[in-house]
Design a protein around this ligand. Structure first.
Ligand SMILES: Cc1cc2nc3c(=O)[nH]c(=O)nc-3n(C[C@H](O)[C@H](O)[C@H](O)COP(=O)(O)OP(=O)(O)OC[C@H]3O[C@@H](n4cnc5c(N)ncnc54)[C@H](O)[C@@H]3O)c2cc1C
Length: 716
């Protein structure tokens, strides 16, 4: 008997990719829970680790060293990632609000969104300063600032440990770059009161050693682009002002109806809020039974308890209490590669403490690297002789182990046109139908999951199908949807369908089209099919018609195939994937309209650039010459290809091309939501490129059409 896929029955939603949730995801990946569907919501694809932030600011680490890649981590955990910022929790309907997304339903949720050091009441702060928290945007802005030229003046508002660490790191970094102007640490009261006097003395000595001016008991009137005005009239020079004064909870938590203390979510010893189905952890939580200061170390220690309790809520197990430690080892960077340690009032400092801290921090980060997602299916005792190769081709792409041909299911199926009023659009797997003198284009597309998120999959599948309509020059009009749902309870089915249908309707409406009907069926994995019609006003753009001398234009960068193949193996960089998604979801309508006078046009899809170019040349009876360094490639793609990763269809796309050919691998990479490839008359090309630029539609001229029929020349 074959084992059936186990149905999903409960939704666990993690709001925020803070330290505790990152560790929960890791533990979940090591020990998945059958029946649970996990989601993590975070504004960006990465979450920085605070322990290494001062080292990054000082220049000891690059940004990648302190970024936890939530996309890789979520794939490892079998969780979906929603890139967005939660703004509310509808407790009655058990839904989370994320602008731009349909409501995200949960059975059990946890909040780990950290805090902000924004100072909305301080005049000029919002416009001219950068809060230290959230850490991600702060790190990116500091990176850009320090790369500038000339003497730089910086100031930190807030003389706590974090503020002191930051100004020391900034001073060190600017000094190393020969850019040190003035550095100032400002506190409205006495600085460094949270650590014992002996430790504070070491920090103060280091501040003066690095030339930092410490201004205490000073109130600020206003922050300006290049200075700060104090209430006593003093002006502090600062081109980069940051705020590390205190912890402000996010305002939206007020609207959740959860019990709060000073805006922080009250939690009991089990880390449960006043709503037992909602947990909170890290800086955004207030431990009612044993309040503690805001420090990453508590978020980290809460993680195993949170992990256990989230699972216990849906397995019926007993919840465990979190016992907060009284004190913790504080390790404070002193700018250069020297640090101060303090516990129970005893300070110790020097380069060896920095090395120790560095070891602790690197070990923490190492937990999130080189994650291997769940094992590929194990082979039974007996199997067909070519099964291992087929499995390798479907899961761990690399060299072409099995030669698939162009009849593989993701390719276009041959269709016979039998009626005079139906024209098969050659090579485009689209048909043109004449309905009482009005011409309509019909395309159909079916896709299995690229990501674990049905919402994103819907956007991608709908955008891909629409791209094929636009490539013919038609205006999308109607769509039908088929959804294959994997095993899950009726309640999760209806949640998933609601997500899919809400998003599909939104994408088609934005394209000026309507979903007219749909159908769902049960299967092993989520799959989406869209059949889309579009009205043609003029002649259809097709593969045929390119003429020698035409310029070849490509409107999107290549590499989506290998990026998603890498994502399946938790090897794609989250930031690169986020860039790719943004490109994939850019509608092709505006560029198709600008390219409407192209002699020939196609949508770059599963055949890869070379396959589609070959089809265009065959249909137009011509050849082409392309220059590889003019071909745009998505960030991160080159290194994945160099590492030997390939999309499953890559092998099939090489069939028919001479094996001695030195075409770069990216030309065979199958594209989802790829760009338009158009052959444009030379005297028209400047106008087209200007029009595309004006619409903010990046495009590249990658080569030209030649009269050498069937010959594609590739120039480096
Ligand atoms: C300069 C500096 C140095 C520090 N050094 C140390 C140290 O050495 N040791 C230590 O223990 N502590 C340190 N801290 C404190 C530490 O940063 C925090 O205590 C720790 O980051 C708290 O972790 P967290 O899990 O609460 O959330 P965070 O790490 O703050 O992460 C919250 C996550 O939630 C995301 N998020 C925010 N809003 C939303 C939303 N609405 N929806 C979805 N996601 C959202 C954020 O983008 C972020 O990814 C330092 C702080 C600073 C500023």
């Amino acid at each position: 008997m074959q084992t059936p896929t186990l149905p999903a029955t409960k939704d666990v939603v993690l709001i925020g990719g803070g330290h505790a949730h990152a560790l929960v995801l890791r533990s979940w990946g090591l020990k998945p829970l059958a029946g649970a569907r996990v989601t993590v919501i975070n504004p960006g694809p990465t979450a920085p680790y605070s322990g290494m932030l001062p080292g990054f600011v000082a220049g000891h680490y690059d940004l990648a060293a302190l970024d936890i890649d939530l996309v890789q981590l979520a794939r490892f955990a079998g969780a979906r990632v929603i890139l967005g910022r939660a703004t509310g929790i509808d407790r009655e309907n058990k839904q989370i609000t994320v602008p731009g997304q349909p409501p995200i339903a949960f059975d059990v949720a946890s909040v780990d969104v950290g805090i902000t050091s924004d100072m909305p009441l301080l005049s000029g702060f919002r416009d001219h300063a950068v809060p230290a928290k959230p850490l991600g945007p702060f790190a990116a802005k500091w990176d850009a600032f320090r790369a500038g030229d000339g003497p730089a003046h910086v100031a930190v508002i807030g003389g706590g440990v974090a503020g002191a660490e930051l100004i020391l790191a900034m001073a060190y970094s600017l000094r190393e770059r020969g850019r040190l102007g003035t550095t100032t640490l400002i506190d409205s009261a006495a600085a460094l009161t949270a650590i014992p006097e002996a430790a504070a003395r070491i920090v103060r000595n280091q501040l003066s050693a690095l030339g930092v001016s410490l201004i205490e008991n000073a109130k600020i009137t206003r922050v300006w682009p290049h200075s700060i005005t104090l209430t006593d009239g003093r002006e502090v020079q600062s081109d980069f002002t940051t705020g590390a004064a205190g912890a402000r909870p996010y305002g939206w938590l007020q609207e959740t109806g959860l019990a709060l203390s000073d805006g922080f979510v009250d939690v009991n010893a089990m880390l449960q809020s006043s709503d037992p189905h909602i947990f909170a952890t890290g800086d955004c939580a207030h431990l009612t039974q044993s309040p503690r200061p805001k420090a990453g170390v508590y978020a980290v220690r809460q993680a195993p308890i949170l992990y256990h309790n989230l699972r216990a809520m849906i397995t019926g197990d007993r919840l465990k209490p979190y016992k907060a430690q009284k004190d913790y080892l504080k390790l404070i960077s002193l700018g250069g590669k020297s640090a101060l340690g303090e516990k129970f009032g005893t300070p110790f400092s020097g380069p060896q403490i920095w090395r120790w801290k560095n070891h602790i921090d690197q070990s923490f980060m190492a937990q999130f690297r080189d994650l291997i997602p769940q094992d590929p299916p194990k082979l039974p005792a007996e199997y067909t002789e070519d099964l291992p190769n087929a499995l390798a081709n479907n899961t761990v792409s690399g060299s072409c182990k099995t030669k698939l041909d162009h009849t593989s299911p993701a390719q276009h199926l041959p269709c016979q046109t039998r009626c005079a009023d139906i024209e098969h659009l050659q090579g485009d797997s689209a048909a043109m139908v004449d309905v009482q003198g009005k011409r309509q284009v019909v395309v159909t597309d079916h896709m299995t999951m690229l990501t674990l998120d049905p919402i994103l999959n819907t956007r991608i599948a709908a955008s891909h199908a629409l791209g094929r309509i636009w490539a013919t020059g038609a205006q999308p009009k109607t769509a039908t949807v088929t959804v294959t749902l994997p095993p899950m309870t009726p309640s999760l089915q209806s949640r998933t369908l609601q997500e899919v249908m809400t998003v599909a309707a939104e994408v088609f409406e934005q394209a000026g089209a309507q979903i007219i009907t749909g159908h769902s069926a049960a299967g092993q994995e989520l799959a989406l099919g869209f059949t889309v019609t579009g009205d043609l006003q003029g002649p259809a753009s097709t593969l045929a018609g390119a003429q020698p001398g035409d310029a070849l234009i490509l409107t999107k960068a290549l590499g989506t195939g290998v990026l998603w193949a890498a994502e399946r193996q938790a090897k794609a960089n989250g930031g690169d994937l986020a860039d790719a998604i943004a490109q994939m979801l850019r509608p092709l309508g505006p560029s198709a309209q600008i390219l409407s006078k192209a002699h020939a046009m196609t949508h770059v899809g599963s055949l890869g650039l070379l396959g589609h170019l070959q089809a265009l040349c065959a249909a137009s009876n011509c050849g082409a010459q392309i220059t590889t360094h003019h071909i745009p490639v998505l960030p991160g793609v080159a290194s994945l290809l160099d590492a030997g990763l390939r999309a499953p269809l890559d092998c099939a796309n090489r069939t028919g091309f001479a094996s001695d050919r030195t075409a770069p691998d990216v030309l065979f990479d199958p594209q989802t939501c790829g760009g338009l490839l158009a052959a444009v008359a030379p005297d028209y090309i400047d106008a087209v490129i200007d029009a595309l630029d004006a619409q903010d539609e990046p495009a590249a001229v990658i080569g030209q059409i030649t009269n050498k029929t069937g010959d594609i020349q590739i120039i480096a």
